[in-house]
Design a protein around this ligand. Structure first.
Ligand code: ATP
Ligand code: HMH
Length: 276
């Protein structure tokens, strides 16, 4: 007997180089022993160096993909990443509002390379249309600044931003990630009652392509398994920390995060790819 297989759905854009977006989400779901499914919003020509071009799928086709998944294999949790247009947000909000499962929003606005992944008018729409539906929102500092409308220079500001996202914008909880603040990598979770600090050393690496996607996908997988918000963020933070520690020097820019289950336990592969 298989027991109860848990599944999770990601609704996001693609990364053909495999480090961010849908590809990162599916790899992460698999690593966390959750069956992964995906709905593509935009096809993005990108790699470790940056974004070369973007093609949005039609609203009608995004709806067909969502119906195909939701009418057949119903997931235990959903996450959204890159949603470029207001119309896409409205469609996705309508569908998600009909579900009763944890929903994680990674409010993707700009890629690490600085390329925009969202139309300007969508910044307001994500706040008004999607965030009130969220179980967890996982902004980085620049995204949180746009959502709350003030500068975030330190942990005190990040804490305030998390509170605004919950109390004023209507999310159930928010994790403001500290990847862009100086010092240790500290993420601050607020769940409407308490604040929790998830702290780790900062690795001195440029290979951080897809960190945000991977982190929010790990949280989604844990929520699909029935973990609490606090436990899911705690496990997500441990997972992303390892995935940055073992990130790969692939490509000519910012290499991708990487986990590979037992990698940490078994050691690094040799030149033939064997793990000894
Ligand atoms: N150099 C680092 N060392 C350790 N942890 C890091 C480092 N950079 C980021 N993190 C952690 O990785 C997670 C993702 O944070 P980050 O702020 O980088 O996301 P992001 O900017 O949304 O990523 P991206 O847009 O590239 O997908 C957070 O838990 C953050 O604390
Ligand atoms: C499709 C996609 N989503 C998110 C990010 C954030 O890094 C990216 N680079 N590409």
């Amino acid at each position: 007997m298989m027991g109860s297989v848990k599944s999770a759905l990601t609704i996001a854009g693609t990364d053909p180089s495999g480090g961010a977006g849908i590809q990162a989400d599916l790899k992460t779901f698999q690593e966390r022993q959750v069956y992964g499914m995906s709905v593509i919003t935009s096809v993005v020509a990108q790699n470790t160096l940056g974004v070369q071009d973007v093609k949005h799928l039609s609203i009608d086709f995004i709806e067909k993909q969502m119906d195909a998944v939701l009418e057949d294999i119903f997931p235990q949790a959903i996450k959204t990443g890159m949603i470029a247009t207001v119309e896409m947000m409205q469609l996705i909000a309508t569908k998600i509002a009909k579900t009763n499962i944890p929903y994680v929003i990674d409010p993707v606005m700009v890629a690490k390379s600085g390329d925009s992944l969202m139309e300007d008018q969508s910044r307001k729409a994500i706040r008004d249309v999607l965030i009130p539906l969220a179980t967890v929102v996982t902004p980085n500092v620049p995204e949180a600044e746009i959502l709350v409308g003030f500068d975030i220079k330190n942990q005190q500001d990040a804490k305030k931003a998390a509170k605004v996202i919950v109390d004023d914008l209507g999310a159930q909880s928010a994790v403001v990630k500290g990847g862009h603040l100086p010092g240790e990598a500290v993420d601050i979770l607020y769940d409407g009652n308490d604040y929790y600090y998830f702290k780790n050393v900062r690795f001195d690496t440029k290979h951080t392509h897809g960190t945000g996607c991977t982190f929010s996908a790990a949280i989604t997988a844990e929520l699909a398994k029935g973990k609490s918000i606090k436990e899911a963020v705690e496990l997500g933070k441990a997972y992303i920390t390892d995935a940055i520690k073992f990130s790969l020097e692939l490509g000519q820019g910012n290499g991708p995060t990487n986990h590979w289950g037992g990698y940490r336990l078994k050691g690094l592969p040799n030149q033939e790819g064997e793990i000894k």
